[in-house]
Design a protein around this ligand. Structure first.
Ligand code: FAD
Length: 339
């Protein structure tokens, strides 16, 4: 009998257990995006993620060879996605209820979807005082008044692992993630019925992400930053900007981070999260606004609702500016890699 977490086995490309195949073709080949979908679905919880490369210590003995990791991996049989993708409408918005990274439209869309009854809860990547990511399950607007819950953290977060717990607990769930995570969610939905409970997948525009230790060691050692004083980090127009509690800003070229950009980000061409229901980013909007790319009917209903309620200030977007960044990402991340 096929149980809920089992599915048909994929064809083996190598004579190994499935995790061994994933390790050789994706992890050791430096294609892994660290989305942690494999860790989320592993039935023996053998795959580790967090602030180190994805691994399965003792996989030769402990892997039960179910093939789940390979089925949900967005980098297995990798065909990069790119461009702006299909959309119904694009607008710029600034939430009147929340303060976030840009216009807090991710927070606004999430709370609107909860109010409408489209989703019961949503998975967010919050942070602690030392900028470690901390998963938060959002069920009420009050939780999004906390500035450590909203805002961008430029480090890997185990949101997909939390998503698995959420789909076991709730009938309808919202998810926010980088483009690789959104692609993983789509594969998870095709593989396991429970993930059909993800009713709203919000994708973030993304050029690259970092291991926490790499980025923050750099900020501490090279830029003398005290993390406890940091209220915001941002990447805008080629600059990494750290905003401190006293309002001071430390800014430097993102080129200085080149050496710590993870290899899996360097093969990614999907800037706009083309497989999301709705994508949100800063490019294309004026300061303090978020760009919102509405792709699915479900997301359109939420966007119409929040506009009708007057929850956000709406403004024009530069679609050309977004397209430029989509093209730029393809240019800087060639795949297959040039030798
Ligand atoms: C790694 C990364 C790189 C990005 N690069 C770009 C870029 O190059 N250009 C651009 O225009 N926009 C980029 N963005 C998106 C941008 O920084 C904002 O997240 C986006 O504009 C939404 O802002 P907001 O005010 O609407 O969101 P808010 O309402 O503040 O909500 C922020 C949301 O982001 C989620 N989040 C934060 N950090 C992470 C994380 N590490 N992993 C998963 N989810 C997370 C939170 O859970 C929350 O749901 C990037 C985001 C990330 C996480």
């Amino acid at each position: 009998m096929i149980t809920e977490w089992q599915s048909l086995l994929p064809e083996k490309k190598l004579e190994k257990k499935y995790f061994g195949i994933l390790k050789e073709i994706v992890i050791d080949s430096k294609l892994c995006s660290h989305c942690a979908a494999c860790a989320a679905v592993c039935p023996v919880d053998g795959i580790s993620s967090g602030d180190q490369p994805i691994d399965f210590p003792n996989w030769t003995e402990k892997c039960v060879d179910c093939g789940a990791c390979i089925k949900v991996c967005p980098r297995y049989d990798y065909k990069p996605l790119s461009g702006l993708g299909d959309y119904i409408e694009i607008f710029s918005g600034r939430s009147k209820r929340f303060v976030g990274q840009d216009g807090a439209m991710v927070s606004e869309i999430t709370v609107s979807a909860i109010e409408m009854g489209l989703i019961e809860a949503a998975i967010f990547a919050g942070r602690s005082e030392d900028w470690s990511t901390k998963i938060v399950t959002i069920k009420s607007p009050e939780q999004l008044k906390n500035r450590k819950v909203t805002g961008t953290k430029y480090s890997y977060a185990d949101v997909l692992i939390a998503l698995k717990e959420a789909v076991l607990r709730y009938n309808s769930v919202g998810f926010v993630g980088t483009p690789c995570m959104i692609s993983a969610v789509r594969k998870m939905q095709k593989t396991f019925k429970k993930f059909e409970r993800v009713k709203l997948a919000i994708g973030l525009f993304c050029t690259e992400n970092f291991y926490r230790h790499d980025l923050y060691d750099f900020l501490i050692e090279k830029k003398s930053v005290n993390l406890k004083n940091v209220v915001k980090t941002d990447i805008k127009k080629g600059k990494f900007i750290v905003t401190l509690k006293d309002g001071r800003k430390i800014s430097f070229s993102v080129k200085e981070l080149e050496e710590i950009v993870p290899s899996g980000c360097k093969v990614c061409q999907d800037f706009s999260a083309v497989e999301s229901d709705v994508s949100v980013g800063s490019v294309g909007s004026e300061e303090g606004f978020s760009t919102v790319v509405v792709r699915s009917e479900a997301a359109k209903i939420v966007a119409d609702y929040l506009k009708e309620k007057g929850y956000a200030e709406i403004s024009q977007t530069s679609v050309d500016a977004i397209k430029k960044l989509c093209d730029y990402k393809v240019k800087i991340h060639p795949y297959p890699k040039k030798s």
